[in-house]
Design a protein around this ligand. Structure first.
Ligand code: COA
Length: 162
């Protein structure tokens, strides 16, 4: 089996991430500009998983400006053909190993109630890190103008000990 390569994204990867998000049919799709901007300004806290030169997974995150011990995980996605094989977990562990994350004690992310795989991914991460995962109100459905949008529950994992 070809090896996985994990790396920081560059601006030329913005459109590749956008394409993966588009194909996921689960993630909210943002503009290509938004992904390019993330790859440019937050690449230290973003990871790409590549196999045979193709981007098959990614995670985007940033350190909260007013709480530098907290990393907000914005989006994570793995190509459908590669799911359930540990790629999501590998992306998160690589992120936490980075020098840029050594001061991080808490991870925050939001997940919709219907997204079982995402909840399983973060619950397993908390288990492996032997730290609690706490659910609270995140962004209620009323904040979203499109009627079908579910609420986004907030999950906080930590404290982490590196
Ligand atoms: C969520 C997602 C990134 C998980 O990636 P993945 O590579 O499939 O996850 P992993 O294989 O690393 O699984 C991590 C853990 O979650 C569990 N898990 C993953 N998918 C699962 C599923 N469909 N049902 C139950 N458990 C699941 C795994 O069993 C694993 O636990 P383990 O270590 O005990 O085996 C992937 O399903 C995805 O891209 N979904 C669409 C996009 C999305 O919803 N992103 C999250 C919202 S931002």
């Amino acid at each position: 089996m070809t090896e996985w390569k994990l790396r920081k994204p560059g601006v030329e990867d913005g459109a590749r991430i956008w394409e993966l998000v588009r194909q996921s049919r689960v993630l909210d799709i943002n503009s290509v500009y938004c992904y390019i901007m993330f790859c440019s300004y937050f690449s230290d806290t973003c990871v790409l998983a590549e196999r045979e030169g193709e981007v098959k997974g990614f995670v985007t995150s940033y350190v909260l400006p007013d709480r530098p011990d907290t990393l907000f995980l914005w989006q994570i996605g793995v190509a459908e053909s590669e799911r359930g094989q540990g790629v999501g977990g590998m992306l998160l562990e690589e992120l936490l190993r980075r020098d840029s994350c050594q001061a991080i004690r808490y991870l925050e992310t939001t997940i919709t109630p219907s997204n079982g795989p995402s909840r399983a991914l973060f619950a397993r991460l908390a288990e492996r890190l032997e730290t609690p995962i706490v659910e609270s109100t995140g962004f209620p459905a009323s904040l979203f103008p499109d009627k079908g949008h579910e609420e986004e529950k907030l999950y906080r994992i930590g404290p982490l000990s590196h």
